[in-house]
Design a protein. Structure first.
Length: 483
């Protein structure tokens, strides 16, 4: 079944002065992407220069733009033919050299920062409640209806009652599990069958295999069911991911799977992009291209742009670049006039002002982002045009301090499902695993399997070690030399 997206457009001609929202989600007017394997994207390339950036006008002290970041790209890259909560985190290696954390600690900080941000947002409790019996969730819904009908202000929360409460304890949920899904694809790309390919092509081939295998699982489950509606699907996922997998099962291929998708604009691919940056530390352009390749399975437009931005930022963070350079690299990937670019430029300008003020920093930025950046019209708070700008701004305002950026992002309830995870991933890569409190490292290192049941019990510290051992280390100076 082909899915037809419904959300706001991002035509530059419709941009309004900051303070007025960009046009809201409505029907798209562009032609649908052609079906077929890896159908080409025929949209014209986006210019790489942005001389009249609104951020430069608003912010008298704009962020530095590192050299050699590579131009923005609008088309797809070339495609080839529970017990841990009770224990302290493992001892961490000493930072390497004078530049801060070593490469391995930054990768661990990336995964644990993402998982901690995922756990900090209020939706995590609801995601983790999926591991409770269905009747407990039904009772919660009934209590919510009771509160609505009787106008009571005592609101229900996920409950255990006579069941073991372990699933409801603080811990990571869906974002961390889909990040681990991507990490497993990266590790699988080291297999002997792909050894004759370049590193980037190895990962792309492994990404293809991971998505096609997952789509085959869903097709098999649907075939076994008496009717499609009763099929027991072996995962929980965002609307964009479910739609993308459904498109794959019907024979569509990227970019059609992400283009013909009702949630092409969401940030599901942004979480995956943070992990893919591990393949190209210090090379934001290459990291962004790889992230786009994966993103086009489930996203289009701002969903893809956001993935490119997060991959570029994290790639520099993994190489030891400062927070300001990482944010600048992210902005460099956002096409001028797009909604995500307008929001990100304004959010970063607000963050720059907060840094200069010297009081409040990330926490002081929360009301400004809530009132000037975040959309309150749409029914889901997962648009990349909102969450990525929020994450970038909070990391900048906090100078990359994860213990500031993540709690501030969690205060923004509309975007708390993913903005804290994105902020945590970038800040964790900047500061390394040691920058997270030991209590959070212990609580968030083990996956629950609430979205991908087969990942239950996976240790993120161990996964980070395998990633760090498999991928090259780089410095920001080396990486910025790449075109």
């Amino acid at each position: 079944m082909t899915h037809h997206p419904t959300r706001r457009t991002s035509d530059a001609a419709t941009a309004e002065p900051r303070g007025a929202r960009a046009p809201q989600r409505g029907p798209r007017t562009d032609e649908p992407a052609p079906p077929g394997p890896h159908a080409p994207d025929t949209r014209p390339p986006v210019p790489s220069a942005r001389p009249d950036s609104p951020a430069a006008v608003r912010d008298p002290d704009p962020l530095p733009t590192p050299n050699g970041l590579g131009g923005r790209r609008s088309g797809p890259g070339t495609r080839p033919n529970g017990p841990a909560a009770e224990q302290d985190a493992d001892p961490l290696p000493s930072p390497a050299g004078l530049g801060g954390p070593g490469a391995g600690e930054r990768v661990e900080g990336l995964l644990l920062g993402l998982a901690s941000g995922d756990a900090a947002g209020w939706p995590a409790a609801r995601h983790r409640a999926a591991r409770m019996p269905e009747w407990t969730r039904r009772l919660t819904r009934e209590l919510d209806t009771f509160a609505e009908q009787n106008e009571t202000t005592t609101l229900p929360v996920p409950i255990a009652l006579n069941q073991p409460p372990e699933p409801l304890r603080l811990g990571p949920s869906d974002d961390a599990e889909w990040a681990a899904f991507t990490a497993e694809a990266v590790l699988a790309s080291r297999g002997a069958l792909l050894s004759d390919l370049t590193r980037d092509r190895q990962v792309r081939a492994a990404v293809d295999l991971a998505w096609m295998s997952l789509a085959a699982e869903i097709s098999s489950a649907a075939a076994r069911a008496p009717e499609v509606e009763s099929a027991v699907i072996p995962l929980r996922a965002r609307i964009s991911v479910r739609a993308g997998l459904g498109n794959l099962a019907t024979g569509l291929r990227p970019p059609a799977t992400g283009h013909d998708n009702p949630h092409f604009f969401d940030d599901a691919a942004c979480v995956r992009a943070c992990v893919l940056a591990v393949v190209h530390p210090g090379d934001p352009a290459a990291a962004a291209d790889l992230a786009e390749y994966d993103a086009r399975y489930t996203q289009d437009e701002d969903g893809v742009h956001g993935a490119r931005a997060m991959a570029a930022a994290v790639a520099l963070a993994l190489a030891g670049a400062p927070a300001a350079d990482c944010v600048a690299a992210a902005l460099h990937q956002l096409p001028p006039g797009s909604e995500i670019a307008r929001n990100a430029e304004h959010a970063v300008a607000l963050a720059g002002a907060a840094r200069r003020a010297g009081h409040g920093r990330a926490f002081g930025l929360v009301p400004l982002l809530e009132h000037q950046i975040i959309d309150h019209v749409y029914s889901y708070g997962i648009a990349a045009a909102d969450t990525v700008p929020v994450a970038l701004a909070l990391v900048l305002a906090s100078d990359g301090a994860v213990e500031e950026a993540v709690p501030a992002a969690a205060c923004l309830s509309r975007v708390a499902d993913s903005a804290p995870a994105l902020a945590g991933a970038l800040a964790g890569a900047l500061g390394g695993a040691r920058s997270l409190p030991a209590s959070w490292r212990a609580a968030c290192r083990t996956l629950a399997g609430c979205a991908l049941p087969r990942l239950a019990g996976l240790d993120l510290v161990e996964l980070a070690g395998r990633l760090a051992a498999a991928e090259p280390a780089a410095t920001a100076k080396e990486g910025l030399g790449h075109p």
